[in-house]
Write a protein that binds this ligand. Sequence first.
Ligand SMILES: C[S@@+](CC[C@H](N)C(=O)[O-])C[C@H]1O[C@@H](n2cnc3c(N)ncnc32)[C@H](O)[C@@H]1O
Length: 350
Amino acid sequence: MANLFYAMTMPGLETLAFSEIRAKLSGAELVKFMRGVALFRSPMIYEDILDLRTTEDVFASLVHIKGLRRGPEGLRVLHSATLNADLEAALMSWRRTHHGARPRTWRVVSQMTGSYDFRRMDGGKAISDALRRSLPRGMRLVEDDADLEVWLWLGSGDVLIGVRLSDASMRHRTYKREHLPASLRPTVAAAMGWLSRPDEHDIVLDPLCGAGTILIERALLGPVEDAIGGDIRDEAVSLARRNARAADVDATWKVWDARTLPLSASSVTRIITNLPFGKQIGTKEENEQLYTTLIQEFDRVLAPKGLMVSLTSEDRLWDTILREHDWRIIKKVVFVVLGQPASIFVTERS
Ligand SMILES: C[S@@+](CC[C@H](N)C(=O)[O-])C[C@H]1O[C@@H](n2cnc3c(N)ncnc32)[C@H](O)[C@@H]1O
């Protein structure tokens, strides 16, 4: 049975995703981090590998090559490595995660982030040619909507070929039917929930909830005592309510201005929130004013030992404001969201 797997994550969230993997899949051991990838060993394949919330996609690894040649020699190596891979074991992992089904169609998907002297498609073709010979007879190669997807990832330095165990619902979720501009990727929202050190007694607040993704993901990670979200826009609150209902999550949603929250002092134990970035919503100048007012309100509603996890692309501004208001930054995770660098701050009061 194949015991090498890899998780694809948002670049920057690899270590965090692996901490969730280690907590949920007993015996999982890290092999290597690459950009946007955590390669790990697991003593067995668990069906709930698909329930990982901070991972975008998960694969049974077929081939891992370090330092692949850039030219045509590299293509020959891809071909022969695929021919020699333990396809049987990877197919078994696929069946385990697909209720015992047998794949009838297949295709190859290639991605290239490193620089090579051949095209991404040529890499894909080298693999397809090998798979045609080694996949079970009767399986049909198709262009789209294949049962079985073999992904080739040509990174800089490392190359991975794997059988995709997940499908798009792992990263998009089924509850998120409608989107708002600036709505957060569910895996990032889950990463923020994970960073908030989830506890069943948490009273979690997202004062700027948008489509509700953060609170929903937090509630799906584990029980909470209470979840409260609000936004200044009616439309956002209705959407959050609908998304929560679709996700079967219990939460209270309100239209409010986060600068004057209708909540008592020290009434929440966690604040998890995605601040307006100044690109899609608000301007930089407005943000400076807004962030300063918000931190005072967060200070008031958060219980003394409470934790705040906040996301912004205004890293410098938020960092300065936090320090000025005596917040201690326990951890900062930098990654790329909507094409720009963003930081998740994990903070508590000094
Ligand atoms: C970056 S978005 C949050 C996106 C959200 N995490 C999601 O996944 O949909 C910031 C949100 O803050 C809201 N907002 C801006 N100013 C606000 C204020 N003063 N009070 C409450 N909400 C506000 C916006 O309407 C927007 O939905």
